[in-house]
Design a protein around this ligand. Structure first.
Ligand code: FAD
Ligand code: MLT
Ligand code: ZN
Length: 474
């Protein structure tokens, strides 16, 4: 048994008065997740001010055999950043470690501490005339450490890839308190195993990301955003193909939204207005952007939409005329999670399939879920250009929320059976967290899970890093 009071005294010495929270009222925001699926307990929330303090705190926890749960903005969709219910694990927040260490417009790199929000990192890139091309609805709260630890995707993956593709270097504190300084900003560095990519997507189970060198790109000179009513998911896919074959380098986002999700946004989100004359069963938001001067994106947008209107794929469309209109259209997409949350209880399936299979996924999974639970409301939306659909389900109107959530595995397994049949993945961008380790043996069993366990054992032999997340208990 760990001597918890002795550890807390030691941590207080290391971190100072501003560096640790122990009062239940202060720790409460750190023990429940954004979706309110999990609620844990912790004796302390650690708030180190720098890497040296963090490393000493980690060494103290390792010596005491106490588990550590790293937390960024706590926006995980899979309960990845909350401690267990037994009150034995400390939470480690990087909120005080949020400095921009360097920004270089020639190298096109940003060196930033892990506790900075994604929005702050985007702003720092913009300040030197660059773009950090990662955009997610939670960017005002999610932190650089959190997005790297989950390998977040989001709205621009179709053009720039996931968080993983933006990392040149990392600084990491290991479970025993050692610091690995891998903050290199090299475009080429072929020197053995690529350690930084091991920590990206590891969801806090291998070490603490304390800083990163992020790869930037030139800022776009032209941006065009359109919201389209489309006839069906098949029509949305055809529209994607039109834009992509016209100019793949210009497609910065291609997002699908079912009418159900849009209706929730219009019902629950203050100020949300549909800029089309009537509601539709399916929508697409497309964003074109380019750093090229005089690229004529507006003409390209209009030409592709006209052809799609003639082909009957698009029934109505609006192109934003100003930055404010672009933001208003994006808001309709970004508020989908919040709109769904306010409508009632939901079960989320962040799944991916080959892009060409998205319409089949939506049709087959919708039918299977309706057969499983009459009255269930199907809310598919998301990153169609990546084949990543949030195949979310909303509780039937007259059903008790708890009774609905009690059937979450049954619903998830129903959707995932279709996903498997289409050669897809049960987690596209949200990760595994606490919600999905039960699926790992079935989906990633055998040699793959064996390798993952071997890596975990090598780096964190005592199993103190974010216990119970990602890998199923043995
Ligand atoms: P947290 O939730 O705090 O933690 C996530 C995981 O990372 C946990 O396992 C935690 O232990 C670990 N972790 C956190 N910080 C560190 C660190 N410094 N070192 C090591 N491990 C760490 N996700 C997408 O991919 N795409 C989307 O489009 C998207 N949209 C969203 C929209 C909304 C409205 C919300 C609420 C969430 C959305 N998400 C999306 C999910 C979530 O925002 C992302 O997973 C994000 O990357 C989590 O960042 P965070 O800082 O909040 O991390
Ligand atoms: C998003 O893309 O908005 C989120 O990742 C989706 C969700 O809430 O499931
Ligand atoms: Zn998403």
């Amino acid at each position: 048994m760990a001597d918890l009071p002795a550890l807390l005294r030691r941590l207080q010495e290391i971190l100072g008065p501003a560096g640790m929270l122990t009062e239940p009222a202060d720790t409460a925001p750190f023990v429940a997740d954004w979706r309110r699926l999990y609620s844990g307990r912790t004796p302390a929330v650690l708030r180190p001010a720098n890497t040296a303090e963090l490393a000493s705190a980690m060494a103290a926890c390792a010596a005491a055999g106490v588990g550590v749960v790293p937390q960024g903005g706590n926006t995980s969709m899979v309960g990845g950043a909350v401690p267990d219910e037994d009150g034995s694990q400390v939470v480690l927040t990087l909120a005080r470690m949020n400095r921009v260490r360097a920004a270089d417009a020639v190298d096109q790199t940003l060196t930033i501490e892990a506790g900075a929000t994604l929005k702050a990192a985007q702003d720092a890139a913009e300040a030197i005339g660059c773009l950090l091309p990662l955009s997610i609805g939670s960017e005002g709260s999610a932190q650089v450490g959190g997005i790297l630890a989950t390998n977040a995707g989001g709205n621009n993956t179709v053009r720039y890839g996931n968080a993983r593709d933006m990392v040149l270097g990392l600084e990491v504190v290991l479970p025993d308190g050692q610091v690995w300084n891998g903050l290199r900003r090299l475009r080429k560095d072929n020197t053995g195993y690529c350690l930084r990519q091991l920590f990206v997507g590891s969801e806090g189970t291998l070490g603490i990301i304390t800083a990163a060198v992020l790869k930037l790109v030139p800022r776009p000179r032209e941006v065009e955003v359109a919201l389209c009513a489309v006839a069906s998911p098949e029509a949305a896919l055809a529209l994607f193909h039109r834009f992509y074959t016209n100019d793949p380098a210009a497609v910065q986002a291609f997002e699908y939204m079912a009418g159900t999700g849009m209706d929730f946004v219009l019902r629950h989100i203050e100020g949300a207005v549909l800029p089309l004359s009537e509601r539709a069963a399916h929508y697409v938001l497309v964003e074109l952007a380019t750093p090229r001067p005089q690229a004529g994106l507006r003409g390209a947008m209009e030409a592709v939409l006209e052809a799609a209107l003639e082909a009957g794929e698009v029934s109505n469309a609006v192109i934003a005329e100003s930055g404010a209109q672009r933001a208003a259209i994006w808001r309709l997409r970004e508020e989908h999670s919040e709109g769904q949350k306010r409508e009632g209880a939901s079960v989320k399936n962040d799944v991916s399939v080959p892009v060409s299979k998205v319409p089949e996924l939506i049709a087959r999974a919708s039918e299977a879920c309706r057969a499983l639970m009459p009255g269930i409301r199907v809310v598919p939306f998301g990153h169609m250009g990546d084949g990543n659909i949030h195949f979310n389900l909303e509780q039937p109107v007259d059903m008790d929320a708890a009774a609905f959530l009690a059937r979450d595995h049954e619903i998830m397994d129903t959707v995932c059976a279709v996903v498997r049949d289409l050669d897809g993945s049960f987690s596209a961008e949200h990760g595994i967290g606490k919600l999905k380790p039960y699926m790992m043996p079935d989906w990633r069993g055998g040699a793959e899970l064996g390798l993952m366990r071997a890596i975990k054992d090598a780096i964190d032999p005592a199993g103190l890093m974010n216990p119970g997340k990602v890998l199923p208990c043995v």
